[in-house]
Design a protein around this ligand. Structure first.
Ligand code: SAH
Length: 221
């Protein structure tokens, strides 16, 4: 899976992507992540990516031209067909991102391009004409789309075969199969008097599986 992130802060996620599972996924070639500096697609001295909103109002809006140019170039250089590419814009008013989307996208697409807004948001024509989906990562307003892009990259990557060391861990996880994960414990068996449930120390795998089954909180209950 290839990810392209369009942003005015191309290094803001370097530290997160440079560690742990994402780092290993990149190293093994299962995923690729390319940040694109939106300012490289401007043509004025000040490398302007924002402007005042028509009709007035507080703050600045991201302009459509640099975003469109950047998108055109990414698509032109892509080894994939357009139908294998998903173009997203991060937006507080978008559809909520969830595990189902992450899994579906990992299976269906070879490249995901994510546009990150800043300031008061983005010229609505970007949403209407240039992207496939407008995605929110939660019901709150962030200062920019980059953290959301990082979340999408992380959650989708986990469904890319070979990214997780142990694929079995994916099957049992919270939100996969519509269930929240059962509570888990590790050593020591007692800490400050707080005990690990006895059944987990019993070695009785069937009883443990039943206990876990009961502990899973189904979304529908
Ligand atoms: N004026 C906008 C908020 C802009 S916040 C509004 O009221 O909806 C600036 C940018 O941060 C947005 O363009 C978007 O890219 C990003 N952003 C903010 N909240 C987000 C969320 N919940 N999910 C995804 N992206 C978000």
């Amino acid at each position: 899976m290839r990810f392209d992130i369009i942003t005015v802060f191309p290094h803001i996620l370097d530290s997160y992507f440079g560690e742990a599972i994402i780092k290993r996924g990149v190293k093994s070639g299962k995923i690729e992540i390319f940040p694109h500096d939106l300012r490289d697609f401007t043509h004025d001295k000040h490398r302007t990516t924002d402007d005042t909103p028509y009709g007035g109002g507080a703050g600045m809006l991201m302009k459509i031209e640099p975003i469109a140019e950047c998108l055109d170039e990414i698509i032109k250089k892509s080894p994939f067909e357009r139908k294998e590419i998903l173009i997203l814009i991060m937006s507080a008013k978008g559809k909520l991102f969830d595990s189902e989307k992450a899994e579906k996208w990992a299976k269906k697409f070879s490249q995901i391009i994510i546009i990150c807004g800043r300031y008061e948001g983005v010229d609505e024509r970007v949403v209407k004409h240039l992207v496939d989906q407008e995605i929110s990562i939660g019901n709150y307003v962030l200062s920019g789309g980059e953290l959301g892009a990082g979340i999408v990259v992380d959650a989708v990557s986990r469904f890319v075969p070979g990214v997780l060391g142990n694929p079995a861990s994916l099957a049992e996880e919270s939100h996969n199969s519509q269930a929240l994960e059962y509570p888990q414990y590790t050593r020591p068996p007692i800490f400050r008097g707080w005990k690990v449930p006895k059944i987990l120390l019993s070695g009785d795998h069937q009883a443990i599986a039943e206990w876990r089954g009961k502990k899973i909180k189904n979304f529908h209950s």
